[in-house]
Every structure is written in structure tokens, then in C-alpha cells.
Design a binder for this molecule. Structure first.
Ligand code: IPD
Ligand code: CA
Length: 281
């Protein structure tokens, strides 16, 4: 982690604990991954599956956080929320992001623990057990992967690297297809790992130049968003318009690419939020 001067003690204490919990959750998830042949898979929706592994990993995380910080709020993919998200510390948890990859035997899945404070995204931890990587970051305090500081790619165009384009059946396909078309015309390459949380961690680490998805839930995106912000990147405001409970479009990149990225997403037909003030010409 780089300078932590701007990060409150409240956030620092929680982030240190969350890192330990996420690592333990990663060990449990990896055990299930290696024995996934015996997992019973249930379908929650179109291309949306879950197994005992997701539930047990979330139980581990939720139990540990509740024991150490009993007054904090919580929302998780598998066990839901407690309704108190507007003030104080709130944990936003996806026990296994990239569940379809996990169950298909692909290594691109992760444990994702985000922290909000007073309605704003404050910190996040993402553990990628198959790559043995742990991403940690606090907004205003820098971000690191396995202890080494990370930063988004400092590029001004899409030609310089990979852009991850996520998709789910929660939104119409047309903007995604149009964005890929325009990205290729801009000299970019699309990539799809199957874990949006990990995709955002990889933007924070400069491995992707950008990430876009028409809709992500808070548990899939808040920890990754914290890493992007902590590392000095740009991401749209995921908390606006009840984003904690309803989710949001997600666009993340380095700061030099952000305005062009936003414009390309608009041309592709994504339902965009108002441009942030720093984009005003
Ligand atoms: C999904 C993954 C996927 C993204 C979806 C998410 P899950 O989460 O992050 O990459 O495209 O929007 O729902 O179901 O694997 O936890
Ligand atoms: Ca999940």
C-alpha cells in the first residue's frame, strides 16, 4: 500500500481485517473449486448459477465481519442485506464472483469484499486464489497487489491494451455489441474473463485499459471500484440512484482515457449517467 495518510483509522482497521477474512475465504473457495465435480449446481436465472460453495464462503465472511464489527451494515450476493446502507460502515460482499467460471473449471473467479462509509465507496479487497493474488486498496490511500503498489494504465487510446467488456442478461445486448464494434474500429481489443470484480482489479493494476458492463450489482463491483479509485483511476459513481440495491452501469479506466471512453459508450447506446463535472468542456 502507498501513502495512507488520508485514510481514517476506521477504514484502516476494517481493511486489515477484511484482507485476512478474504484470504481465509479464498482458501475455502479453492478447496471447493478443486472438488467442484461433487457440487450441486442450482440455477438462479439465465446464465446465473450458484452452489453450496458460494453460500458457505459468504457465511464465513459474514460471520467473521459480524463478530468483529457487530454494528456495521452488510449486503451480500447470497444472503442479502440488512437495509442499513446510508450511513456508517457497510460491507458489500460477493463470496465468489465469476461463479460460472468457477463451476466450469476456469480460474477467473475471486472473493470480493467492499467497504462503504456513509454512503461512499471507501475500500476493497479482492482475492484471486488461482493466481495467488490479493488486491487491497483504500480510497485516498493507494492500492496494492501482493504488497506491491498498482496503478491503472496511463494511456490515451484503446489501441494500447485490452478492454474487458462484460455482459449479463439483465440488460439488452445491443449496446454491448455496438461497443465491441466501435472498440475494434478504434483499434482496441475486447476481452472477457467472466469475473467483473476481477476485471476491475485488473483495471486498477493496469492490465486492462478499461472495463465496461451495462449493469453490475453492488456486490460484484464495489470492491473493484474501490481498488480503481484507490489506485488513481476513473470509475463512474456506482452509488448514484440506489446503486447499492439496484446496481449500475460500470465504466472504469485510467484517467487519460476516461472522457473518450465515456463518449464511445454513449455512441454505442449504453444508458449513461450524467457526465461527471471533470468532463465538462
Ligand atoms: C457476475 C460476474 C460477471 C458479470 C455479471 C455478474 P457472479 O457475477 O461478475 O462477470 O458479467 O454481471 O453478475 O454471478 O459470477 O457472481
Ligand atoms: Ca457471486
Amino acid at each position: 500500500m502507498t501513502a495512507r495518510g488520508a485514510v481514517t483509522q476506521q477504514v484502516q482497521d476494517r481493511l486489515a481485517f477484511a484482507e485476512d477474512v478474504a484470504r481465509r475465504a479464498g482458501v475455502l473457495a479453492l478447496r471447493y473449486f478443486r472438488e467442484r465435480d461433487v457440487l450441486v449446481v442450482e440455477t438462479k436465472g439465465q446464465q446465473d448459477v450458484v452452489s453450496r460453495a458460494d453460500r458457505e464462503v459468504e457465511d464465513l465472511i459474514r460471520g467473521a465481519l459480524a463478530e468483529r464489527f457487530p454494528n456495521d451494515g452488510f449486503i451480500g450476493e447470497e444472503t442479502g442485506g440488512d437495509g442499513s446502507y446510508a450511513s456508517g460502515p457497510v460491507w458489500v460482499v460477493d463470496p465468489i464472483d465469476g461463479t460460472q467460471c468457477f463451476l466450469s473449471g476456469l480460474p477467473t473467479w475471486c472473493v470480493s469484499i467492499g467497504l462503504m462509509v456513509d454512503g461512499g465507496i471507501a475500500a476493497g479487497v479482492i482475492v484471486d486464489p488461482c493466481s495467488e493474488e490479493c488486491f487491497v486498496g483504500a480510497v485516498g490511500g493507494g492500492a496494492a497487489c501482493n504488497g506491491r503498489p498498482i496503478a491503472p494504465a496511463d494511456v490515451a487510446d484503446f489501441r494500447s491494451g485490452l478492454t474487458e467488456v462484460g455482459f449479463s442478461f439483465r440488460v439488452p445486448k445491443a449496446p454491448t455489441v455496438s461497443f465491441i464494434d466501435r472498440l475494434i474500429d478504434s483499434g482496441g481489443i475486447y476481452h472477457r474473463s467472466g469475473s467483473g470484480a476481477l476485471g476491475l482489479a485488473h483495471v486498477a493494476a493496469g492490465r486492462y485499459v478499461a472495463y465496461i458492463e451495462g449493469h453490475m450489482n453492488s456486490w460484484d463491483s464495489f470492491a473493484g471500484a474501490a481498488l480503481v479509485l484507490a489506485a488513481g483511476g476513473w470509475i463512474n459513481d456506482l452509488t448514484a440512484n440506489d446503486g447499492v440495491t439496484g446496481g449500475a452501469i460500470v465504466m472504469a479506466s485510467g484517467r487519460r482515457l476516461a472522457e473518450q471512453f465515456y463518449a464511445l459508450a454513449g455512441e454505442a447506446g449504453y444508458d449513461l449517467p450524467e457526465p461527471p463535472p471533470e468532463f465538462a468542456r
